[in-house]
Design a protein around this ligand. Structure first.
Ligand code: MLT
Length: 257
């Protein structure tokens, strides 16, 4: 595995072939994709970024879905890659949608994993902004504890996820919460995404309901929907084999195979 840095975003790469970038959700880091990436690296050049303020990437304040999408484009520039198959989980999916809008010419395929095109409701937005303040005041532990309980449908994974999240600095969490609160509604944009798309939903997702995935799949012109039984918000960890197979299908469609 090769580890490189751009000024703002750290990333890892593994394997050779068609570029496949996998983006983690809040408040995690690229390592959540490791098991799935290991199943794909024979067939793709897998690129695993740490979003700003997560993993080894420094905190950037303010940050937005658009600026994070720009960070992904900067990684592609650094690697000399023109087009990518891009997939993201949850907040990572919000960033992928922003990338699709900002860089349509660089997108070969789009994967949306346990995510949504909808923006926050006004109530959710207020709650997030308040939670950002609280996190800055109290540190990242409370978020790590509360999210560990809902990030997976596999209780034995919760402790490891809690540990991983507790390494995310409070300032990184708060910046991402503000960015999510400010993100724009993307539902009306979906019909314009003409590249092959994959929507993955965990039927036991406690954070984003499966209906959001079904709505996105219905609006995207060329989408396949994969619903995973018994899987929660983290299919790349809970069901790496099924997730890798679905992503491989997306890669093949993006290659026109
Ligand atoms: C995530 O898993 O990235 C976040 O929980 C998504 C969200 O809160 O909207």
């Amino acid at each position: 595995m090769e580890e490189l840095k751009t000024p703002l975003i750290h990333y890892a790469t593994r394997g050779q072939g068609t570029a496949l970038m996998l983006v983690h959700g809040f408040p995690l880091n690229h390592t959540i994709w490791n098991e799935t990436a290991a199943l794909l690296e024979d067939q793709a050049r897998v690129i695993l970024p740490d979003l700003p303020g997560h993993g080894q990437s420094p905190v950037v304040e303010p940050v937005s879905m658009d600026s994070m999408a720009d960070g992904l484009a900067a990684i592609l520039d650094a690697l000399g890659i023109e087009k990518v198959v891009l997939a993201g989980q949850s907040m990572g999916g919000y960033v992928c949608l922003a990338f699709a809008r900002r860089y349509p010419q660089r997108l070969a395929g789009l994967g949306l994993v346990c995510t949504q095109a909808a923006a926050d409701s006004p109530e959710k937005r207020q709650a997030r902004l308040a939670q950002a303040e609280q996190t800055l005041a109290e540190g990242s532990q409370r978020v790590a504890e509360s999210m560990a309980a809902v990030l997976t449908n596999r209780p034995e994974m919760a402790e490891g996820l809690k540990h991983l999240m507790s390494t995310t600095p409070a300032a990184g969490m708060a910046a991402a919460m503000r960015a999510m609160a400010e993100r724009t509604e993307m539902s009306a944009f979906l019909p314009q995404i003409s590249v092959p798309a994959l929507v993955i939903a965990g039927l036991a997702d406690a954070i984003i309901p499966v209906e959001r995935a079904r709505e996105m799949a219905a609006s995207l012109p060329d989408a396949r929907l994969v619903e995973l039984e018994g899987v929660g918000h983290s299919p790349m960890m809970e069901a790496p084999q099924a997730t890798a197979e679905a992503l491989l299908g997306l890669l093949k469609r993006a290659q026109g195979a």
